[in-house]
Design a protein around this ligand. Structure first.
Ligand code: BGC
Length: 256
């Protein structure tokens, strides 16, 4: 039977967030639980905090499918990169480790891909023909490439080299905070970044997500792009929603 609710957990460089999602509406139907990501982002500690988030949401007895999204390339259940977490994740059988600790099968996916899936299914990219590039501006820059509604997984466009720098090191929201940039100054960097994406991909729409999408009105008017750009409908909850929706569609995830 297809579930009508599912649980999504979004692991980020600074926080691990989770919620129960109504899959008809895409809305969160529980409190949004958020715990800090352990310093250093070591696998065992991150997995332990993920278990705490899940237990808090379900009282230790999850009946719904569980999806977990993570800030790295995820292929065949393995994490193949680690930009803002411990290097120990590189090559790790992460999905299996989570499944062991959470005592159930889960759906495991890149965080920006989860957000892209949520926005395509429920939000700003729903029904859009052509190429949508979703980016999340947070600790790093996540990206999802969606063509005619189909997600092409593991696009890592936050790591394009621009002017000799890894793009996310200059244009992520964390760079604004670290360097104490005002909105105008940070938006100049966004224009450089999105301008380069425009040149490379000629997209039809940019969807801009991540925590800072709640401040959309502060920086949107500085964006000077040929392509239409909109904020993610589900803002910083898109990863939770997408992970939950993907888990519900995965016949392998546990339902009890
Ligand atoms: C990682 C991506 C991730 C993004 C957002 C980047 O540093 O390489 O895999 O999607 O951060 O968390």
């Amino acid at each position: 039977m297809t579930s009508t609710t599912a649980i999504g957990i979004d692991i980020g460089g600074t926080g691990i967030k989770g919620g129960v999602v109504d899959l008809e509406s895409g809305e969160l139907i529980s409190d949004r639980i958020k715990l800090p990501t352990p310093k250093g982002g070591e696998p065992d500690e991150v997995i332990e905090v993920t278990r705490e988030v899940l237990d808090t949401l379900t009282g230790g007895d999850p009946k719904d499918p569980v999806g977990v999204c993570f800030p790295a390339i995820v292929k065949g259940g393995r994490t193949l990169s680690a930009a803002n977490v411990s290097k120990k994740w590189i090559g790790l059988e992460a999905e299996k480790k989570f499944e062991k600790a959470l005592e159930r099968d889960i759906h495991f996916v890149n965080d920006a891909d989860a957000a892209g899936y949520a926005e395509t299914t429920f939000g700003a990219a729903k029904g859009i023909d052509g190429l949508v590039l979703l980016t999340t501006l947070g600790t790093g820059i996540g990206s999802a490439l969606i063509y005619n509604g189909v997600l092409v997984p593991n696009a890592e466009l936050g790591h394009l080299e621009i002017d000799g720098h890894d793009a996310e090191s200059k244009a992520a929201y964390s760079a604004k905070e670290r360097e104490d940039l005002d909105w105008a100054h940070w938006a100049k960097r966004l224009n450089r970044y999105y301008g380069w994406l425009e040149f490379l991909f000629t997209p039809d729409l940019f969807v801009i997500g991540g925590g800072v999408s709640k401040n959309w009105d502060e920086f949107a008017h500085y964006l000077d792009l040929k392509t239409k750009a909109v904020p993610a409908t589900y803002r910083n909850n898109a990863g939770i929603l997408g992970a939950a929706a993907l888990a519900a569609n995965d016949p392998r995830t546990d339902r009890r």
